[in-house]
Ligand binder design. Structure first.
Ligand SMILES: [Zn+2]
Length: 69
């Protein structure tokens, strides 16, 4: 078992994160999980988003939809 690295740029609004090794943009959900980067094979861990982060993301989404109308 190698080291597991934390994903970076975890974004609850865009549902994405980046691989800290190769910088690959990876789609993600709200939950915690471990997986392997498709590009460089690094074992990655994404933390779960906090309730606050999800709340802010939902709020920002609603604001964007509002502005589009
Ligand atoms: Zn990678």
């Amino acid at each position: 078992m190698g080291d597991i690295k934390e994903t970076i740029k975890n974004n609850a609004y865009l549902n994405s994160c980046d691989c800290p090794v190769c910088g690959k943009h990876i789609p993600r959900g709200y939950e915690e999980r471990t997986f392997f980067c498709e590009r460089c094979g690094t074992h990655l861990h994404q933390r779960a988003f906090t309730g606050k982060e999800v709340e802010v993301a939902i709020f920002d989404k609603e604001m964007d939809e509002y502005e589009d109308n």
